[in-house]
Ligand binder design. Structure first.
Ligand code: ADP
Ligand code: MG
Ligand code: ZN
Length: 474
């Protein structure tokens, strides 16, 4: 019997706010323990939470980026449990009326575009962190109250690799959209993995097993690469799986049981009486719609379609947004956007890296690269000389024709002058001539190189090839 895996992910992403969710405390990474706390995030009795409006905005913005509907009426609920990292004994979250519902994420996987449905994305607060020492434990509440967005998928993912690709796409969307920095090293993205297996072709889902608190995408992939075959093996051997929560042991590279359904928490959710419902007005939402940016996949597909670029160039312009924006300021000025992409990706990027300069301090304007392309296409300069012109243009900002003029770089297409150089080359390299006549076509390239060198790169290479070949064959 063949089995297939079914995976749903719950991803917690830290929102890009300057302060915490319900108080004004900062949440700088790496601050000494308990230096970014106040009575509100310490959960002292009698304090009142006040919502961070930017966190609400980023939640709605995330909803739009994930193609969700932003609810016109959402509320905050208390998720009750008793644990040292949560001094209030409840976490504020959203239960049955989340802020955003019903979206989808499209991403490239295995050479095609895959769509994963998003059940919901809701707002909640982070909790403190426990540290266990030899004879005591410590608690750091710097993270308590940091705004998190929990993004829940439908069980649409079917392999460890696909889950990994989805997480990377999600990260790209949220960083692109300015919703989160998604810095894994700083614990800004954490993930609960739900996975089951079922006989291929069966409609009903298999028994769900949850692997909690994964803090790296590669960890998620490895955990699934272990867990899926484990579950299949249990079924193959006639065993049964029970719904349970497991933990991933990154050292042993195995999952093991944390708790079963009987030991599951009952969180006794109820609406937080200290907080008003979240009911965005049309104006408030309109301002957020203005913040929606083009998503990475859409941008890539548009660059390919609009400018006839190969996928690899389009990807470069997706990964380096500013370089891509610069390309878009240049591309409409030339009939050969692919050539412009080459100049920008190869030459401009290298010069910027070498000099540490930025795109905003470029000395030449958006017409310079199109002009350079035209000089090559009209045969006024060779592509080799064009490299030299570009380097000069980068330093001085002079326009390419002026540089060609000033330095006398115009390509020589004067047949008589080139013919003379060809004759000199033929006279100086009798071996190569003999090789060519014996059928070694490489010899022609060598002679061509000699002529180009003698002309200091200025001879029209196509013409050189033509004349040489004619002379050698005559
Ligand atoms: P819970 O209430 O236990 O959190 P949910 O039904 O809300 O469970 O689902 C949580 C996550 O688990 C979602 O991402 C969902 O897609 C996924 N999921 C649900 N059932 C299964 C299943 N049988 N196999 C794999 N994933 C599942
Ligand atoms: Mg869950
Ligand atoms: Zn605080």
């Amino acid at each position: 019997m063949e089995y297939e895996a079914v995976i749903g992910l719950e991803t917690h992403v830290q929102l890009k706010t300057r302060s915490k969710m319900w108080c004004g405390c900062a949440h700088e990474f790496g601050a000494p323990p308990n230096t970014q706390v106040c009575p509100v995030c310490l959960g002292l009795p009698g304090v009142l939470p006040v919502a961070n409006e930017e966190a609400l905005r980023l939640t709605a913005l995330s909803g739009l980026l994930l193609n969700c509907e932003v609810a016109r009426h959402a509320k905050f609920d208390r998720k009750n449990y008793f644990y040292p990292d949560m001094p209030k004994n409840y976490q504020i979250s959203q239960y049955d009326c989340p802020s955003t519902v019903g979206g989808h994420v499209d991403f490239e996987f295995d050479g095609r575009v895959v769509t994963v449905r998003i059940t919901r994305a809701h707002l909640e607060e982070d909790v403190g962190k426990s540290f266990h020492f030899d004879r005591m434990s410590g608690l750091d509440f710097n993270r308590a109250g940091v705004p998190l967005l929990e993004i829940v998928t439908e069980p649409d993912l079917t392999s460890a690799e696909m889950a990994y690709a989805y997480l990377n796409a999600l990260k790209d969307i949220l960083t692109y959209g300015g919703v989160s920095d998604c810095d894994m090293e700083k614990g800004m993205v954490r993930c609960d993995v739900n996975v089951s297996v079922r006989p291929k072709g069966q409609k009903e889902l298999g028994c769900k097993i949850e692997i909690k608190n994964m803090n790296s995408f590669s960890g998620v992939r490895r955990a699934l690469q272990y867990e899926i075959p484990r579950q299949i093996e249990v079924l193959r051997e006639g065993g049964t799986l029970v719904q349970e929560t497991r933990r991933w042991d990154d050292v042993a590279e195995i999952t093991d049981t944390m708790r079963t359904k009987e030991q599951a928490h009952d969180y006794r959710y109820f609406p937080d009486p200290d907080l008003l419902p979240f009911a965005p007005s049309e104006n408030w939402l309109a301002a957020i719609r203005d913040r929606v940016v083009e998503l990475p996949l859409a941008r890539k597909q548009r660059f390919i379609r609009q400018y006839q670029l190969p996928a690899s160039d389009a990807e470069t312009f997706v990964n380096d947004i500013r370089l891509g924006d610069y390309f878009e300021s240049v591309a409409p000025r030339t009939a050969n956007p692919k050539a412009a992409a080459n100049w920008i990706i190869n030459n401009l990027r290298a010069q910027l890296a070498a000099t540490g300069a930025g795109l905003d301090s470029l000395k030449f304007g958006p017409d310079a690269i199109p002009d350079l392309i035209a000089l090559v296409e009209n045969g006024r300069i060779s592509s080799k000389i064009a490299q030299e012109v570009f380097a000069e243009m980068f330093v001085t900002g002079d326009n390419p024709s002026a540089i060609v003029e000033k330095k006398g770089l115009t390509q020589v297409s004067d047949t008589g002058a080139i013919e003379k150089l060809c004759e000199e080359a033929i006279a100086a390299h009798p071996r190569s001539v003999a090789d060519f006549r014996a059928g070694k076509t490489n010899a022609l390239n060598f002679l061509k190189g000699q002529v180009m060198k003698m002309s200091k790169g200025k001879a029209n290479p196509a013409l050189v090839g033509e004349l040489l070949e004619r002379k050698l064959n005559s």
